[in-house]
Design a protein around this ligand. Structure first.
Ligand code: HEM
Length: 572
């Protein structure tokens, strides 16, 4: 669950356009030596009033830093900064991790650009796999190295399991009353436990089988009817409806509020995904928050989604009361949805610190829609895009599916997926290259510690760059290549989403890792298998290799352009 750059943070109000980046025809992009191809540091600001402010600030910062480092050459500055560690070391204190030079006031915020996962990856190439930046005054540890990620999410997990308190998630998610952004502690533990038990356990996920198959059948019919398909939209509707059936017991199709739900997912995801300058430089945030309209948009987003959820909660309360009236207080929980289960827990679930109440219920329901919908649909979109660009892989997958189920079935059933090892490899390979959370939801260190001989101060925010880990040539052979075979008998034969090598971080790791793996992977595999089995595919425009693979960085890093495809009934 990522966030946006300083560019957008201040500048947030400008929604990213779905503006295709034109590719030069006939030329494949050649990879340089860097493992972080194209790390655009774009013009700092887009939104005019905020732009002026930030520009003024950046200039001020540059002037100040020039005065401060008067007479020092650039080389001296870099050496002075990276050598701070050595100087401290001689006095017996452990060094801080290496840092790029920073500007006064804003620190390294200006270096994030529009694609922070790429910019941070480039910086790491120069400053190492454990790098300390500063966002304003806040120290920010950045890493993509499996051995360091092991320290953070396994060996010292108890110290690194807090989340920083950030303005947008705090506002939208009722002051951290959800799970993903809740501070580490008893409240978070109890909420996560209850969510796994009532929504995401293997047993529960198995029980949504009928819902998944019905929603998928609806999508397949729609594709057959139109043949020219906006797969981005289709995948979003599919994952939204499957989540919705599990969480509130109803598909969003044919519902008056379906559009409202879509809007609140998009809006929340966009706003939570933004780097907001006020989180790092509070006095500046106050000005920029007002000037850029961020504060207003945040308030509106919260109020709209709250009103929408309040309506659903009320309706469910009424239904539960009616059911109780009709059936008495017996155990009638068999067909209850997640929201019903939460409502029955209200008043029963006690924990110290934060209280579990009506606001918690709304926050957790929001979390499930927000965390589950976009990431699952974006995963399907990237997987399908990679398959279209790689016809050999598509053919191999189709052959595997036909071998498992035969050529004459109307659709693939969930129980048949277990025998499709190439399908599983395809999904892992697509998510290695395109983890929806390219930078994992930030963590915050609760007490001073050290990693690999470096001192890490209490309060440091931690960014794990999952995108960079997935493309690290020290871990993967030809990392930029889409080659699912690597997950069968190649270098990654034994790696899966929850393995402890910390190379495939699509779902994070450790105690704050994603509890929705089973839920989403089952749906992704089922959808891809059916789409490949039932139809043949080609891009709506141009050649396969022309499919635009550029990204838009947000809470979930998605494809910039919608995936428009033409489907024809497959001849098997
Ligand atoms: C392909 C789909 C998905 C991806 C790529 C994904 C990815 C992630 C990642 C990277 C994290 C942060 C992990 C960390 O900090 O180490 C996370 C957390 C979380 N995800 Fe997912 N997720 C997906 C689907 C889902 C679904 C379907 C749900 C629930 C319906 C869900 C619920 C959550 C929750 C509640 C958290 C917070 C966990 C915590 O802070 O303890 N996710 N997810």
């Amino acid at each position: 669950m990522p966030f946006k750059s300083i560019k957008t943070l201040i500048l947030t109000s400008t929604p990213t356009p779905r503006n295709p980046q034109k590719k030069r025809k006939g030329k494949k992009k050649k990879l340089g030596k860097s493992m972080c191809p194209s790390s655009p540091i774009v013009p700092l600001l887009l939104y005019p009033p905020a732009m002026l402010l930030m520009l003024a600030l950046t200039i001020l910062a540059i002037v100040l830093s020039s005065l401060f480092f008067f007479k020092k050459s650039t080389a001296d500055i870099a050496t002075a900064i990276t050598n701070t560690s050595t100087i401290i070391n001689t006095s017996g204190v452990q060094p801080l991790p290496p840092s790029p030079p920073k500007l006064p006031i804003i620190g390294n915020l200006h270096q994030l650009g529009s694609s922070p996962h790429r910019s941070l990856c480039s910086l790491s190439e120069r400053y190492g796999s454990l790098m300390l930046l500063h966002f304003g005054h806040l120290p920010v540890l950045v890493t993509s190295s499996p051995s360091i990620i092991r320290e953070i999410t396994q060996t010292q997990d108890h110290l690194f399991s807090n989340r920083p308190s950030l303005k947008a998630p705090n506002t939208i998610l009722y002051g951290g009353r959800d799970i993903a952004f809740a501070p580490y502690g008893e409240y978070w533990r109890e909420m996560k436990k209850a969510t796994i038990l009532h929504l995401l356990s293997n047993k529960k996920v198995g029980s949504y089988k009928q819902g998944r198959e019905e929603e998928l059948a609806f999508m397949m019919k729609e594709i057959e009817r139109t043949m020219l398909v906006d797969m981005t939209e289709r995948f979003h509707a599919l994952s939204r409806d499957v989540i919705s059936r599990a969480v509130i017991g109803d598909s969003t199709r044919n519902k008056l509020w379906g559009g409202g739900l879509r809007r609140f997912i998009d809006e929340s995801s966009r706003m939570i995904g933004e780097f907001y300058v006020g989180d790092y430089i509070p006095w500046l945030g106050k000005i920029i928050g007002v000037v850029s309209g961020f504060e207003r948009r945040l308030r509106n987003a919260f109020e709209r989604s709250d009103k929408f959820l309040e309506g659903i909660v009320k309706e469910h309360r009424r239904r539960i009361a009616k059911r109780k009236e009709e059936e008495g207080d017996g155990d009638n929980a068999t067909d209850e949805c997640f929201l019903d289960a939460l409502l029955t827990l209200e008043g029963e679930l006690k924990c110290t610190g934060l209280v579990f109440d009506r606001e918690s219920i709304k926050a957790i329901v929001k979390d499930m829609f927000g965390a589950g919908t976009d990431s699952t649909s974006i995963s399907m979109e990237w997987t399908m895009a990679e398959l279209i660009r790689h016809p050999a892989a598509m053919k191999k997958l189709k052959e595997e599916i036909i071998k498992v189920v035969g050529p004459n079935e109307a659709s693939i059933k969930e129980e048949q997926l277990a025998d499709m090892s190439y399908l599983k490899a395809v999904v892992k390979e697509a998510l290695r290259l395109h983890p929806p959370a390219s930078i994992i939801i930030p963590r915050q260190l609760i007490q001073d510690t050290n990693i690999k001989g470096y001192r890490i101060p209490k309060g440091t925010m931690v960014l794990i760059n999952a995108w960079a880990t997935g493309r690290d040539p020290k871990i993967w052979d030809s990392p930029e290549e889409f080659r699912p075979e690597r997950f069968i008998n190649g270098e990654a034969g034994d790696i899966n989403f929850s393995s402890h090598g910390f190379q495939l971080l699509t779902f994070g790791a450790g105690r704050r890792s994603c509890p929705g793996i089973k839920f989403s992977v089952t749906l992704i595999e089922l959808a891809i298998a059916n789409l490949v089995y039932v139809f043949d595919w080609k891009p709506a425009k141009g050649e396969r290799e022309d499919i635009d693979m550029s990204e838009v960085y947000a809470l979930t890093t998605r494809k910039r352009e919608a995936l428009m495809l033409i489907a024809t009934k497959a001849v098997k």
